[in-house]
Write a protein that binds this ligand. Structure first.
Ligand SMILES: [Zn+2]
Length: 147
């Protein structure tokens, strides 16, 4: 019964303020995981504190104290991004060559920065999304329980 009263008091201030940990079962008030990828939002409080550079995570969230260094997204997204973006850039280069036939130096100047920008942008989104999903699903390495 007290839960119904608590649910009625849910206001926008509650959403942006202290949000319950996933352990408490209150995941409905967490920011969407894609926000962590697109905007670098902290998966717990929603502040834009996830990244300290383009693709590197900050150590912790200064707003709520969540330690991002405890999460390990690993190299999972890199393989798929490399293969996908490599195929996409190859298709775009072939399309440009067969439709416009520019001099070869145009390819040399155009595709390296385009590839780098696509990889950096996609890597940031993928890393943020994976960290948010790890946080939301409480995924982590196995630990030995202490009695
Ligand atoms: Zn936070």
């Amino acid at each position: 019964m007290s839960g119904a009263v608590g649910a009625r008091r849910s206001t926008p201030a509650d959403v942006t303020g202290t949000t319950p940990d996933p352990a408490g079962g209150g995941s409905a008030t967490l920011p969407p995981p894609i926000a962590s990828g697109l905007y670098g939002c902290c998966p717990r409080c929603g502040a834009r504190t996830l990244f300290r550079s383009v693709t590197a995570f900050a150590d912790r969230c200064p707003a709520c104290g969540l330690r991002f260094s405890d999460f390990n997204v690993g190299d999972g997204p890199v393989v798929f991004l490399t293969l996908g973006i490599g195929a996409l850039v190859t298709i775009l280069a072939l399309w440009l060559e067969f439709s416009v036939s520019p001099p070869f130096w145009v390819h040399l100047l155009l595709w390296p920065p385009v590839t780098l920008a696509m990889v950096m942008g996609a890597l940031r989104v993928a890393k943020g999304l994976l960290l948010a999903l790890e946080y939301r699903n409480r995924a982590h390495e196995g630990r030995i329980a202490k009695d």
